[in-house]
Write a protein that binds this ligand. Structure first.
Ligand code: BDR
Ligand code: CA
Length: 313
């Protein structure tokens, strides 16, 4: 099987960091071309720093990290330090990364990657607000038909919202960008809160990762120690939802997930429901399906995969 070429567009974020580590630990299946950073959980200077810290923790400083859009297309940035801590990566002791930021913008890097590889061979894994992707699609519409797939963490239907009662964070931060991506015609798979809220980093699962007793094992467990607090308090659940790694796990083991091919539209005008993903789960409209919307996952299978893979780093 040929390795799937991916770009990870991200705003790390502890769960983003775990997604990056899972991709790095899976070189047989995934060829990580670049990490492109966007403002989201924390401002851009912090997300690009965090991406470089994660690569250094994994000893993979060969992967280029680009900085992209510092703010959403048409709105001021909303961040989530209340979830991820001041650095975005609170938990382990952090350091100033030594590896340099790649020259040029993330948006140009995405355009260049899609133009320079064969059509249909580059997948965009989006773990944050969709600003960089929408900016690339706006600047170079020719790349849209060259995208193999957008695999996105974002949105919700049954779980509705986590940053407002109606909206999930990644979509809420830049709803206009999300709308551009959903209307683009590129093949899309969505990991909404409906599935990520079933993939919980419970205490025994975190301890299994810590027990790897490696640098990456401790780094990951310490991030998850911090990350779970917020969601356990908020939802009263047994652990924090590991949102973003679902994107990578789906590329590795799609059989762990199930969903429906449906139409998804994004609310961009209402103050009350801004950023809501209106998914036609019950197919009650004649709107054309534009995304595979995932609803369920085998959480034990997911954590088995994650722990086994992290053991390789
Ligand atoms: C998403 O928002 C961020 O806080 C997480 O990293 C994830 O991408 C979940 O709503
Ligand atoms: Ca994220």
């Amino acid at each position: 099987m040929s390795r799937r070429k991916i770009i990870i567009d991200t705003d790390p974020g502890q769960d983003d960091a775990v997604a990056i580590l899972l991709a790095l630990a899976s070189p047989e299946e995934l060829d990580l071309l670049a990490i492109t950073c966007v403002a989201g959980n924390v401002p851009l200077h912090r997300t690009q720093t965090n991406a470089r810290i994660v690569l250094e923790a994994a000893g993979r400083t060969d992967v280029p990290v680009y900085a992209g859009c510092p703010a959403p297309l048409h709105r001021p940035l909303v961040t989530a330090e209340h979830v991820h801590g001041k650095t975005g990566l609170d938990g382990p002791e952090l350091w100033e990364p030594q590896m340099p930021l790649a020259e040029g913008s993330a948006v140009d890097a995405i355009i260049e990657a899609l133009r320079s590889h064969d059509p249909g061979t580059v997948t965009l894994c989006t773990l944050g607000p969709l600003t960089n992707i929408a900016a690339a699609f706006n600047t170079a519409p020719d790349i849209i038909s060259r995208v193999q797939e957008v695999v996105m963490m974002g949105g919700a239907y049954f779980e509705v919202g986590n940053i407002t009662p109606a909206a999930e964070f990644n979509i809420y931060v830049d709803p206009e960008a999300a709308e551009i991506v959903f209307k683009s015609g590129a093949p899309i798979t969505v990991m909404p809160l409906d599935v990520t809220h079933k993939v919980l980093a419970t205490r025994p699962r975190i301890e299994a990762i810590r027990a790897l007793d490696s640098r990456v094992g401790h780094f990951t467990a310490e991030m998850l120690d911090f990350f779970e607090r917020f969601d356990v308090e908020k939802y009263g659940s047994e652990g924090g939802p590991l949102h973003d790694p679902c994107v990578i796990a789906w590329l590795l083991r799609p059989e762990l997930f199930s969903g429906r091919h449906v139409n998804v539209e994004v609310e961009t005008r209402s103050d009350l429901t801004l950023g809501m993903t209106v998914a036609d789960w019950w197919r009650v409209t004649d709107r054309t399906p534009n995304a595979l919307f995932i609803g369920d996952a085998d959480a034990d299978g997911f954590f088995e995969l994650l722990t086994q893979r992290l053991a390789r780093l």
